[in-house]
Design a protein around this ligand. Sequence first.
Ligand SMILES: *Cc1c(COP(=O)(O)O)cnc(C)c1O
Length: 444
Amino acid sequence: MTISKRQKTLFHRFGSSGSHNKWKDWKWQVRHTVRDIDTFETVLGIKHPPEERQQLDETLRRFPLSVSPYYLSLIDPEDFRNDPIYRQCFPSPDELRVCRTDMADPLAEDTDSPVPGLTHRYPDRVLMHVSNVCAMYCRHCTRKRKVGDKDSIPKREAISKAIDYIRRTPVVRDVLLSGGDPFMLSNTYLEWILKQLSAIPHVEVIRIGTRTPVVLPYRITEKLTTMLRKYQPVWVNTHFNHPREITDSSRAALARLADAGIPLGNQTVLLAGVNDCPRIMRRLVHRLVQNRVRPYYLYQCDLSEGLEHFRTPVGKGIEILESLIGHTSGFAVPTYVIDAPGGGGKIPVMPNYLISWNTNKVVLRNYEGVITTYHEPDSYEQSFCDRNCADCHLALKLDGAEEYRAIGIEKLLADHDKTIALVPAHNERHNRRKAKAEKKGARS
Ligand SMILES: *Cc1c(COP(=O)(O)O)cnc(C)c1O
């Protein structure tokens, strides 16, 4: 794979000479990371007006700039202001606007953390922050508060403590490595982590969230994939936001991962001025599946500080899904989610397809607007589930069914659970009952 004429020009503007192959060396890319506005402008051949400069410098002091030469080379200098690549990597003074509803840690990742660097939010899976380093600082980063922190690569000691937690917590069957970007670690360090995790009997899958196929595709080397395939099943989730990010180089990186037998998913963030358009999204998901990447999530932009200018109304996401569901391959449609502020986790949101319901019929509408009915069975025999799998006709001989505890709404639906209502912890009416009961107890 050769590099483009434009990339050759940029290569020389970095003061590099000799073989253009160096451009494709990820370490050359990291060494030439652009971290200041002057270099950014010189290399790209653009200029911001002086009256804007002061605000930009101020933004940079709060939220640093960092972009790989490769990602920079994808910007169209003729129309950089509207460029989706530029908007994702170049600071905007709008980032300094902290609005009323912004939060430093909207997802409460620091609160739901039993050991530093690990978030245990869902019953059976955990998120591990294995690095604070990224090949590019996304302007829309949800962990903006941490971007550019010193001591960014956690020491082996810190990682070991997180791994110990997983080792002694048998419900964890899925470990998600995130960061920062786990692929910014050396192969040796990453392998050290993977080796320990995969040796834990109850860890069934390891997932890696990385943006390197988008911003530093040369990081996906043969050596890396050869190492990864030793620890299968490893799933990789990447983060493409715009069809323009799918280039020959990123295609090659994705192909290498897929050829190593690694299932690929993609998480897109819905961003105003970047991809808040059904046509852009449709092009993006088509390019992804063409490259063996399954669109996994479409995220509503989080409430982190300084992201307001990137946020769209939820209706924009619904409109995009409306234009995908039914119109294109089912596996090209991501699940649209809002990551609940306060740590409630990802909540899926969908257009409504269920229009009405009676005791034996449901009324539905399809993507074309056709309204149709589905007849429910007249003779469905509801069997009472007392979790006695041995006597059940479903022939599922599962161990430990008696101990299985339903959670949340699942609890309300389960036969074997007597819960009839879920009540918020601070419900006043229930607090009064409690107080009354205590008073009575104190008297007797
Ligand atoms: C997103 C996330 C996960 C993984 O969620 P999935 O829906 O299984 O992809 C796990 N832990 C935390 C804290 C997360 O934010």
